[in-house]
Every structure is written in structure tokens, then in C-alpha cells.
Design a binder for this molecule. Structure first.
Ligand SMILES: *[C@@H]1O[C@H](CO)[C@@H](O)[C@H](O)[C@H]1NC(C)=O
Ligand SMILES: *[C@@H]1O[C@H](CO)[C@@H](O)[C@H](O)[C@H]1NC(C)=O
Ligand SMILES: *[C@@H]1O[C@H](CO)[C@@H](O)[C@H](O)[C@H]1NC(C)=O
Ligand SMILES: *[C@@H]1O[C@H](CO)[C@@H](O)[C@H](O)[C@H]1NC(C)=O
Ligand SMILES: *[C@@H]1O[C@H](CO)[C@@H](O)[C@H](O)[C@H]1NC(C)=O
Length: 565
């Protein structure tokens, strides 16, 4: 007991004297540490590649599982000396499991002056969907749970609300959803006194597409309530080999007037000449004129990541994961990062920079600037609805993505056959028109239950009408008037500061933090959004069409369903 008390004191004592990592804040389009020094991200991606299951459903080779590298304390200890050799001051991690303990990694990195840029997304259903975007309670709550798991650490630089969600082929229809996510996440961070920045990491592509998206995420949308992203990330693989110093000039001029901070959320092309990466973009990125616009970047990648036949990894693990060997790319990057550390521009001084006003929203992308943004997903309102629905989806198995996607199609098709001219309007969200059904903000299981209840009611409560081949059960406390119920529980679209997310399942914390194997099996997937997601470990250009795809078929084709009762 005495020992315990003593160690508590010792902890409190030393805690007060540790040189804490300074907070990083954004002023206008620049980043500064608390003492007013300009801050540049000198980062490296720190994410083990998840399991990629290739196939027609996955044309862009997105992983369906993830490793939570920040939960593996032993591995972080193993890697820290190498990160220090590289001279990085930040890592980017692409997925974390909010149920795990991250103390060992986060504290070790903090002590070493290393910040963490953390994506809040998870593979498969843990991200806003490219093709069927929603901003709903399940995704909001996942994001907030991750923030809750990391809020005690002083070295979280930024939380990303998406990675490569908008794509040249999928378009920008998800933009309003991402901006809403940034708005709500920011409000939550403010409410818990967190100064972490809110970011988005964009796929690169043709200027109008990328620039419009970038502008939209940092614009003064009437439904944004003054909030937007703080940090625009561009996954940029433009520089190749021993490239020309002017390589970035045109891209640079495009972003001269960008209102918030911007950086390269990934960089480092492979398959160039010379074959080993010499990282000559580093001295260019970290000096003027680039630094007038950009705040550094994140080299890709510490761990091995295979993409298009190339391995972007610079640190190779031994077969038992205990030791690391580095390659020529690593040594070259270390040389470049260390060389620029002492020559970083100090201007403009923070005192000379004003907070920029966000400009009006751009037109020219799928989402019109005049269209409404999705409201803040409301757990209480959706819970109220779920409690009273007459017929409820009862997931027959833990992984119910495919089932749910199918069943939404079935239920909506049945409503169409019952004469509903706009079946599933209430659960649909259209970012292009800015029209959001009342129930669209709810968890996908509630959305499905809602349509099942509508059908059950339309079929006059015939018990079979709430079976869906054994996928649904009658709620004894259900109330008739499904649509009116939605209006009662979810009276009007609103923007507000989200409350802490409801506790899911209590999970006991591991007693010894970080010594376990990182991460879990990820890849749960349901949300009936049915489609590709866009989260993880992705090299620029990697995109998934995970192709559950059934709901993705869109309302129009749902009438093809011919299930009869
Ligand atoms: C969205 O924009 C993309 C790229 O400009 C375009 O290919 C796509 O057809 C648009 N989608 C819609 C639904 O307007
Ligand atoms: C090594 O680490 C990776 C990623 O954390 C893990 O998937 C793999 O199972 C580990 N291998 C061994 C032998 O521990
Ligand atoms: C649930 O629905 C799915 C998809 O329509 C179907 O394949 C399955 O047989 C249904 N019943 C159960 C118990 O899974
Ligand atoms: C997250 O961690 C919890 C607790 O260890 C585990 O039960 C769960 O499977 C993990 N989730 C994922 C997606 O890995
Ligand atoms: C993803 O799906 C799994 C079940 O397959 C579910 O437990 C999890 O809550 C879902 N996540 C989100 C964000 O919807």
C-alpha cells in the first residue's frame, strides 16, 4: 500500500516536470506551436497494411481488416529509434480500435516529440461511403469513440474524418457528408476542450476535381455553422525520382489562396528513376515557395505496403516481428529530413497572420453549394424511433452487411409494390440535391427496421409481413403510424454539439498496455450502405468498391425485387 501511494506521488511529481510536447494550432493557413514557432509536419505513415482480398468486388485493392499499430506498445518501442533516426515529428495512423489501450505507444511518441495524425475511419463500413454516402449515428459514434480513446494524449495533432472518399470515378457526392462530419467532430472536440485539428486526406487527380473538393471542405457553408476542416491533406505522388525543382509549381499556385492549413498526407512515388527513392522533394517541400502554402507532409510508408506491384515500405520486420531492418529509401529519407530540420522557414510570424474567413462554397462539383448539409446525427432521436418500431431487423449473424443490403432492397421493393411512389425516401440521403430523409441519420439497422415496419403496417400487420425470411421480429412495444413516429422522434433537422457516444459493450482493458499484438480483425461490415469504403492504408489511387453493392443499386432498381408474401 505504501509503495502504491509512493508511486502515485512519484508519478504526480515527475509528471509536473516532464517537458510536455507543445500544442499545435492553426492560425489562418499556417500551423504554429504554442510559442508561436511555425510548425511543419515531417511525417511518415505508420500503418500495417490490412488484409487485401482481391477480386471483382475490390478493384482498388482496399484492405478489409486493420491492425491497430498504436495499441502495440512493444512494436512502438521497437520502432521509436528508427522514427528518431528518420527525424520525423509526426506519424499518420489510419485506423485505431477505440476499445484498446494506446498508452504505451502514445506516451512513448509524445516523450519523443512525435505527434500523431489519426484517421477516425475503419475499413469497410467504418467510413463515409464514396457511392452511397450517409452521415449517421453509427459513423459519428465510431468517430467520437476513437476521439474519446485518444483525448487524454497530448500529441494528437489531427483527426482525419476521411481518406480518399471523394474520387474521380465516384465523384464528390460525399462532400456534404464529409463537411458535416468535420463540423460535428469539431464541435465535439471543442466541447471536450481538445485543440486537435480536424483533417481530411484527399486523393490527387485533375485540378478541377481535387480543387473543388478541397475548397468545399474549407468553405463557409450556411449549414456548417462556421466549422470546416483545419487541415487539408493531399495524397500526392507527383514528384518522381530526381525530379525538377519546378515540379510542384503549378499545384502550388493553385493552393496559394487556400484558407486553411494544407500538407501532403502521403508522398513518395515509387517506380521512378533512380529506383531507390532519393526524396529530393523534401528540400523543395520544406522551403519557399512551397512553405508559403504547405505545412509539410507524410512520407509513405514505414511498414511494408504493397500497391500495384510495389512495396512502399522502408522498414522490414523480422519474421518474429522483433527486429527491423531498413532499406536505402529509409536512409535517403533520413538524410533529407534531418538536413531540412534546421533550415525550416520561420515566417510568416504568427502575430502577422490573421484568422482567415472561410470563403463562399464553390460550385462545379456534384454537391451544389446551395444544397443543405446533412444534420447532426442524433442518437436520442434515433433511439426513440427504434424503441417504437413495430418490426425490427434481427441480425441473423454477426456480420450482416450483405444481408442488410439485400433486405433494404427487398423492403423498399415491397413498399413500391404496395404503391408507395417514393419508397425509402425517409431513409435516403442525397448530397447532390441536399435532400435528407428524416431517418437517414440513423444507424443502418434502424433504417432497415423503419422500412420493415412501414411494410408490416402497410400489410395490415399480417405476422408473415414481419419475417423477411427470419431476419426480423415483431416488437411487442411497437406503435402503429411508422411515419408519424419518425416525425415525432425526429422533429426537424438540426445542427448541435454531439453528446458523448453511447457505450457499446464494456470491454475490459488489458492490464499491461501495449504488449499484445496490434489490432484486431477489423472489417466488420454492415451498414447496408452496401458499398465501397475508403479508409485504410491506401496509397493514392487505391479505392475500394467493396461491392456489397445491393443497396448501392439505388432506389430505382429496387423494384426488380419480386419477393411476395
Ligand atoms: C459527379 O461528378 C463526377 C466527376 O465530375 C461525374 O463523373 C459524375 O457523373 C457526377 N455524378 C453525379 C451523380 O452527378
Ligand atoms: C507481426 O505483426 C503483424 C502486424 O501486427 C501481425 O499481423 C503478425 O501476425 C505478426 N507476426 C508474428 C509472428 O507475430
Ligand atoms: C435473411 O435475409 C437474407 C438476405 O435476403 C437471406 O439470404 C437469409 O436466408 C434470410 N434469413 C436468415 C435467417 O438469414
Ligand atoms: C477491438 O478490440 C476489442 C477488444 O480487444 C476486440 O474485442 C474487437 O474485436 C476489436 N475490434 C476490431 C475491429 O478489431
Ligand atoms: C460495422 O458492422 C459491424 C457488424 O458487421 C457493426 O458491429 C459495426 O457497428 C459497424 N460499424 C459502423 C460504423 O456502422
Amino acid at each position: 500500500m505504501l509503495w502504491l501511494i509512493a508511486s502515485v506521488f512519484l508519478f504526480a511529481f515527475t509528471g509536473g516536470f516532464v517537458n510536455a510536447i507543445p500544442k499545435v494550432m492553426r492560425t489562418g493557413k499556417y500551423l504554429y506551436t504554442e510559442d508561436g514557432t511555425r510548425f511543419f509536419i515531417r511525417g511518415i505513415a505508420y500503418q500495417t497494411q490490412g488484409l487485401v482480398i482481391p477480386g471483382p468486388d475490390n478493384p482498388l485493392n482496399q484492405p478489409s481488416t486493420y491492425v491497430d499499430n498504436l495499441a502495440d506498445g512493444a512494436a512502438c518501442q521497437r520502432d521509436l529509434p528508427f522514427l528518431q533516426q528518420l527525424g520525423v515529428n509526426a506519424i499518420r495512423a489510419y485506423s485505431a480500435n477505440a476499445s484498446l489501450n494506446h498508452d504505451a505507444c502514445m506516451e512513448a511518441f509524445s516523450k519523443a516529440g512525435i505527434y500523431v495524425i489519426l484517421d477516425l475511419t475503419l475499413p469497410l463500413n467504418g467510413s463515409i461511403d464514396t457511392n452511397l454516402p450517409m452521415w449517421s449515428t453509427n459513423t459519428l459514434d465510431q468517430f467520437l469513440r476513437t476521439i474519446d480513446a485518444f483525448k487524454k494524449y497530448d500529441n494528437v495533432l489531427a483527426y482525419n474524418v476521411g481518406n480518399e472518399v471523394m474520387t474521380p470515378s465516384g465523384g464528390s457526392q460525399s462532400a456534404p457528408f464529409i463537411l458535416s462530419a468535420a463540423r460535428d467532430v469539431k464541435a465535439y472536440l471543442n466541447s471536450i476542450q481538445s485543440s486537435a485539428l480536424v483533417g481530411y486526406a484527399s486523393i490527387d487527380g485533375m485540378p478541377p476535381f481535387v480543387d473543388n473538393n478541397a475548397d468545399f471542405l474549407a468553405c463557409n457553408h450556411p449549414d456548417g455553422h462556421g466549422a470546416a476542416i483545419d487541415l487539408f491533406g493531399l495524397n500526392n505522388y507527383e514528384w518522381c525520382g530526381d525530379d525538377s525543382k519546378t515540379r510542384f509549381d503549378s499545384m502550388n499556385s493553385r493552393y496559394t489562396d487556400y484558407p486553411v492549413a494544407a500538407y501532403f498526407s502521403e508522398f513518395g512515388s515509387l517506380n521512378c528513376n533512380p529506383p531507390a527513392r532519393i526524396w529530393t522533394e523534401v528540400p523543395v517541400m520544406y522551403s519557399t515557395p512551397m512553405t508559403n502554402v504547405w505545412s509539410g507532409g507524410v512520407a509513405f510508408s514505414y511498414f511494408s505496403v504493397m500497391s500495384r506491384g510495389h512495396d512502399f515500405g522502408m522498414a522490414k520486420l523480422s519474421s518474429d516481428n522483433r527486429s527491423v531492418s531498413t532499406n536505402t529509401d529509409f536512409n535517403n529519407l533520413a538524410k533529407q529530413y534531418n538536413a531540412i530540420a534546421s533550415t525550416l522557414p520561420k515566417t510568416p510570424a504568427q502575430s502577422s497572420v490573421s484568422q482567415t474567413n472561410l470563403p463562399t462554397c464553390p460550385t462545379g462539383l456534384n454537391a451544389t453549394s446551395s444544397g443543405a448539409l446533412p444534420p447532426t446525427p442524433d442518437d436520442d432521436a434515433c433511439g426513440c424511433l427504434a424503441d417504437s418500431l413495430m418490426c425490427r431487423f434481427a441480425p441473423p449473424k454477426a456480420d450482416y452487411t450483405v444481408t442488410m443490403g439485400n433486405l433494404v432492397g427487398v423492403a423498399c421493393g415491397l413498399m413500391g409494390q404496395m404503391g408507395d411512389p417514393t419508397p425509402c425516401k425517409d431513409i435516403s440521403a442525397d448530397g447532390i440535391k441536399g435532400v435528407y430523409g428524416k431517418v437517414a441519420m440513423c444507424d443502418p439497422t434502424i433504417r432497415l427496421s423503419y422500412v420493415m415496419s412501414q411494410y408490416y403496417e402497410a400489410a395490415h400487420g399480417v405476422p408473415d409481413a414481419c419475417s423477411f425470411a427470419g431476419n426480423a421480429t415483431i416488437n411487442p412495444n411497437g406503435k402503429a403510424g411508422t411515419q408519424a413516429l419518425a416525425s415525432k422522434c425526429i422533429p426537424s433537422a438540426a445542427v448541435f454539439t454531439p453528446k458523448p457516444p453511447p457505450v457499446l459493450v464494456p470491454v475490459s482493458q488489458p492490464s499491461q498496455s501495449g504488449s499484445g499484438k496490434g489490432g484486431g480483425s477489423g472489417g466488420g461490415n454492415n451498414n447496408g450502405n452496401g458499398g465501397g469504403s475508403n479508409t485504410n492504408g491506401g496509397v493514392s489511387g487505391l479505392k475500394l468498391g467493396l461491392g456489397v453493392g445491393t443497396l448501392g443499386a439505388g432506389i430505382g432498381s429496387l423494384l426488380l425485387w419480386t419477393l411476395t408474401v
